[in-house]
Write a protein that binds this ligand. Structure first.
Ligand code: 13P
Length: 251
């Protein structure tokens, strides 16, 4: 059975002290709840190792927000998948729309990153999603299908089943404009069908598909109640322990 997951994506926020404090707060809060989902925080590279020292890995997973598309060597400023693993992290967000949009990440680059993440036993949280224009002109399903096919469909079924997917409509990210629970369900069911057509029903049924984009405590319950929505990838609301926990406890 697929897992329910709530993952925070801190993006480029918090200094080291602030980040360690926030991780401690989330870790503490988790001691007092019987979470019905796996909980993960994805934090800036600088924070990975220090955060790993203050969280209980049995209760709170740790991930990076990106990794390099090369193994090692002369790539100044890059951080490899093996470096990420060496901090204690077990997840990595890949293909976030901000990376595609601002840093030119293409399907080819993302293929490399996914392969390297998997080789290093990191669980990729692979992001897909359309922009507003594509939502409005009705091409959004085709766009998302192509994003999945182009970056992921060279994987074996065994490797594909190690992925977590996150549907993040770009028009909903950081805008306060959430997809309705019906819009999310339509897309998540479609994504599951795309997976089923390629890898079969079992792989499709076992793939966790998270929703991301202005998810907050007030809308998480309705979103997570949808049969194909298996949790959330949370930006802004993950920067405050109380609001993040409000989403974790929406399951
Ligand atoms: P917000 O929750 O801030 O809209 O961000 C969503 C996101 O991009 C998570 O990866």
């Amino acid at each position: 059975m697929r897992k329910n997951i709530v993952a925070g994506n801190w993006k480029m926020n918090t200094t080291l002290n602030e980040g360690v404090g926030l991780a401690k707060d989330v870790n503490e809060a988790l001691k007092n709840v019987d979470a019905k989902c796996d909980v993960v925080i994805c934090v800036p590279f600088t924070h990975l190792y220090p955060v790993a020292q203050v969280i209980d890995p049995a209760k709170l997973g740790l991930g990076a927000e990106n990794c390099a598309d090369h193994t090692k060597g002369a790539y100044t400023g890059e951080v490899s998948a093996s470096m990420v693993v060496s901090t204690g992290a077990t997840y990595v967000i890949l293909g976030h729309s901000e990376r595609r949009q601002y840093y030119g990440e293409t399907a080819e680059i993302l293929k490399q990153k996914v392969n390297l993440a998997l080789e290093n036993n990191l669980t990729p949280i692979f992001c897909i999603g359309e922009v507003l224009e594509q939502r409005e002109n009705g091409t959004y399903l085709d766009v998302v299908k192509a994003q999945i096919e182009d970056a992921l469909f060279d994987l074996s079924a065994e490797d594909f089943s190690k992925l977590v997917l996150a549907y993040e409509p770009v028009w909903a990210i950081g805008t306060g404009k959430t997809a309705t629970d019906d819009q999310a369900q339509e897309m998540h069911a479609f994504i599951r069908k795309v997976i089923e057509d390629k890898y079969g029903k079992e792989v499709a049924e076992n793939t966790s598909i998270l929703y991301g984009g202005s998810c907050k405590p007030s809308n998480a319950k309705a979103l997570f109640a949808k049969p194909d929505v298996d949790g959330g990838l949370i930006g802004g609301a993950s920067l405050d322990a109380e609001s993040f926990m409000g989403i974790v406890t929406a399951f």
